[in-house]
Design a protein. Structure first.
Length: 247
């Protein structure tokens, strides 16, 4: 059993990114931007309404306050401030989701914040404190081996990335490095299948890294994201894997 998630609601004003409605016909969980790296109130509302209509689970994709950098610039934010900002984002999205007949069912940090809390116990604890303050039953999506395990007793759900390159340590290759994002549909599908069935992924140096993930992410802003997600889902189901949300 595996979940298939994607990042949605990442437009802003007249600017749109990806085909959210098409992706929602494929995925089981939607990581909805909460306004700090992308998304505005109208986009959030439309995205939540569409997810509810299609039976897709809603997750809060929280981030640094970084619209200009799309949340991909690492920031040194004081723990108390980071907790408040993450709490604000969860509460905002959950309020909109409830108005549309749904609710936030999990939390997934985005971009630089996602990678930072894998290794930084101070910022990891700050994010965890926000989730615990809002609803301690909400699971948090992160990489296996994240220091979140050491700083909180929240439910942690392991995630892997079909379209991202991995280091031998099991972390994601920086987007500043060539080849960090994988675009070839056949390769993405093959990697996703191995992650789901065998629990391993090939790192950039050719070694195999243990994954043991419950959710697979296909980025909504990757060119051809809908086709990639559809190819991954079809391959998983053909292999006998049940595609179902973890939340």
């Amino acid at each position: 059993m595996i979940d298939l998630n994607a990042d949605l609601g990442e437009g802003f004003g007249p600017w749109r990114l990806g085909d959210d409605l098409a992706l929602m016909s494929v995925i089981t969980s939607a990581n909805v931007a909460c306004g700090f790296h992308a998304g505005d109130p109208l986009i959030l509302r439309r995205t939540c309404a569409a997810a509810v209509e299609r039976g897709v689970v809603i997750g809060a994709q929280v981030s640094y306050r970084d619209l200009a950098g799309f949340g991909r610039r690492e920031m040194d934010v004081a723990a108390e401030e980071l907790t408040a900002e993450v709490l604000y984002q969860i509460a905002a999205l959950d309020g909109i989701a409830r108005a549309e007949g749904g609710r936030v069912r999990y939390v997934k940090p985005h971009g630089a914040l996602y990678n930072r809390i894998v290794r930084d116990p101070v910022q990891a604890a700050a994010v965890a404190a926000a989730v615990a303050a809002y609803d301690p039953t909400l699971p948090v999506l992160t990489l296996p081996g994240s220091v979140l395990h050491e700083v909180t007793d929240l439910t942690i759900v392991h995630e892997c990335f079909a379209d991202r390159a991995y280091t031998p340590a099991g972390t994601l290759v920086s987007r500043r490095e060539p080849g960090a994002v994988i675009h070839d549909a056949e390769r993405v599908t093959r990697r996703a299948l191995r992650m789901a069935v065998d629990g391993v992924v090939e790192a950039v140096d050719g070694t195999e890294v243990r994954i043991d993930a419950r959710s697979i992410c296909v980025h909504g802003d990757t060119p051809g994201a809908v086709e990639l997600a559809r190819s991954v889902r079809e391959a998983l189901e053909k292999a006998g894997v049940t595609v179902e949300s973890f939340a």
